[in-house]
Design a binder for this molecule. Structure first.
Ligand SMILES: [Zn+2]
Length: 186
């Protein structure tokens, strides 16, 4: 389930035309974000609200058997034919933080614990701020991996009709970073 190599991803600032606006009310993006309502991170992309379909849960996670998430992804890809799916996490996420997951239930807890167990040698050696940030970033990449396995997503990506992106939002700077696995860029 989790096998990411730690040196194999990079973050870089979101550019102004990351996804250009269509300037018309047509859904072109499914945004999968965290339920945290402390900020409106979708505004980092300069798009009309009508260009985005939003799905939110705690920790912006894509968990097997989550009917709500699976239905939303299928509707967005098959019916609305969105061109992009974005999984967006945020630094300081209270759900994803390795130290504050007490009380969280399975399968969310199980997935986060598995992710932590895989990367703990790396995460535990980092200063605490960096450690939280890295875990948020690794969680986003893990959700993208799950998303690619959805049959509708895999099919649309093969046909070049769908692109998926990981973004991490920094509430301190109110800016976003795109996060990619190095193997995707080669
Ligand atoms: Zn959060």
């Amino acid at each position: 389930m989790v096998g990411l190599r730690l040196s194999s991803y990079a973050t870089k600032p979101i550019e102004a035309d990351f996804i250009p606006s269509l300037q018309r009310p047509e859904k072109q993006i499914l945004w999968i974000g965290c339920s945290d309502s402390s900020f409106k991170e979708t505004t980092i992309l300069d798009l009309l609200p009508d260009e985005m379909l939003e799905h939110r849960n705690i920790g912006n996670m894509i968990v097997d058997g989550d009917l709500s998430c699976e239905t939303t992804v299928k509707h967005a890809v098959v019916d609305l034919k969105v061109k992009h799916i974005i999984v967006c996490g945020h630094y300081g996420c209270g759900i994803v933080r390795a130290t504050s997951r007490d009380g969280l239930r399975d399968p969310w807890l199980m997935r986060l614990n598995a992710l932590y167990a895989t990367h703990r040698h790396y995460i535990d050696q980092l200063p605490s701020v960096k450690d939280d940030r890295s875990f948020v970033e690794l969680n986003i990449l893990e959700q993208l991996r799950t998303l690619r396995k959805f049959p509708e997503v895999a099919s649309a990506m093969r046909q070049g009709q769908l692109h998926i992106h990981g973004i991490v939002y920094d509430p301190a700077s109110e800016k976003g970073l795109s996060i990619t696995e190095a193997t995707e860029e080669s």
